[in-house]
Design a protein around this ligand. Sequence first.
Ligand code: AMP
Ligand code: GLY
Length: 432
Amino acid sequence: MKKKVLVVGGGGREHAIVEALSRSMQVGQIYCAPGNAGIGELAACVPLKDTDVDGLLHFAQEHDIDLTVVGPEAALAAGIVDKFRAAGLKIFGHTQAATAIESSKDFAKRLMAGAKVPTAAYRTFTDFDEAWAYVQAGSLPTVIKYDGLAAGKGVVVATSLAEAEAALRDMLLDGRYGEGKVVIEEFLTGPEFSLMAFVSGRQVRPMVAAQDHKRAFDGDEGPNTGGMGAYTESFATGKSGLSFISDEEYNFAVSRILQPVANAMADAGTPLSGVLYGGLMKTPSGIKVIEFNARFGDPETEVVLPRLETDSYEVFEAVATGGEIPALRWRDEAVLGVVLASKGYPGSYAKDAPITVAPDFAERLCHMGTKRDADGSLLTAGGRVLMVIASAPTTPAASRLVYAAVEKIHCDNLFYRHDIAKYVIPGLTGNL
Ligand code: AMP
Ligand code: GLY
C-alpha cells in the first residue's frame, strides 16, 4: 500500500517538500494544509491553518495519514508534534520543547556555551538600564536580538548608539513583541551560509549547504526579508555544496556544531526529531553560529531538496520514528532559485495581482504565496510569491537558465534580485 502523507504549511518550502515526496516510490496521496496554487498540482490542499493543531490532528486521524511532515516553526511552537505523538501518529518535526533552539535565542546561546559550539560572545538582559549601560561600554556595531520568535524582525545590527538605544527601548520597554528579554552579541563578519541536517536524537545527516540572500535589493541593499534567493553548488569544488566552504570547514560545521548541538539537546531531555538549520558564518577566526532554526529554511529548501536522490519518505519516516536515517545521496549539480516578491515586501504590499506564466516556461517553479481565483487564474497572495529554480552543471549556467525563465513570468506587482549567487559569480548584476 502506498503511503498517505500530510504536509503542514503553504509556502515555497512546503512546495519543495511536496515535490520531493511526490518523487518517492512509497508515497501515494499527498495532502497539504493549507497549501497553495502550485502545491495544488501535486497534492490535495486542505483549508486548515498550520497552527490549527486540533483541526490537523482530526484530519490526519480521519484520513488515516501514515506520516505528517511539518514545515513552519509556528506549527512546531504550537505543539503539533507533541499532540500528534500523544495520539499515536507519526510526525516529522521537533517537539515544542526542542523548538526552543529556534524560539529562544537565550536558550540557544546557553546550549552552545555548554556544548562549546563557536558563536558570537553574548550577554542576556531583561533590564533596559543594564542593557543600555553594557552597549555604551562596548563597541559598535553591536547586535541586539529579541529573545523570542519575532517573525524574522527581532534582530538589529546597530551601527550607532542611537539605533541601539531605540532597539533596546522597543524590545525591553515598549513590549512590542511581548515579554522583554534581549541577547546582545558581538558583531561578526564574513559570508553567511545555511547548513541543514536531518536530526533524530544523536543521529545527524547533513545536507548540502546553501546560501540565502536576505536583503531585499541587489547588492545586499534594503531591508531584511525572509530570503530573496538561494543556491547550492556542484561537488566540483568539494563536498559542502558551496565553493567557498572547504571540506575541512564543512566537516567542522558538522562535527563541532551540528553534532554537539544534537547531543546537547538529547542530553537535556529535549531530543531533536526534524531539521536542524544552522545559520553559519565563515569568520576570519573560523565557522561560527549566527542562529539556529528548528525547521527547513525557506528559500534554501527549494534549492537543496531537488538534489536529494535518497527516497525522502524513508528519511522523513526514520526521523519521525527514531529509526536509522538512510545515508543521503545528492545529485552533483548546481541549483539556483530567484524569489519573485510583491512590490513593497517586506513592508506592506497589495495582493490579488494576476500572474501569467508563458507556455514555454520550462524550469522548476515553487509557489510561495499564490492562489487561484474562481475562474482558475493565478493571483499573488503573499509577500514572497514565486521562486524560479533551475539546475545545471555549474552555478553560472543555473543562473542563466533562471534569469531567462524569470522573463517568462508576467505580473505587474513583482520584483526580484538580479544578483543571486553574486558571491560566487563575480560581475553578475547586469551581465546576464
Ligand atoms: P538572525 O535572525 O539571527 O538570522 O539575524 C539576521 C541577520 O542579522 C543575520 O542573517 C546576520 O546577517 C545578522 N546577524 C545576526 N547576528 C549577527 C552577528 N553576531 N554578527 C553579525 N551579523 C549578525
Ligand atoms: N532563509 C532563512 C530562514 O529560513 O530562516
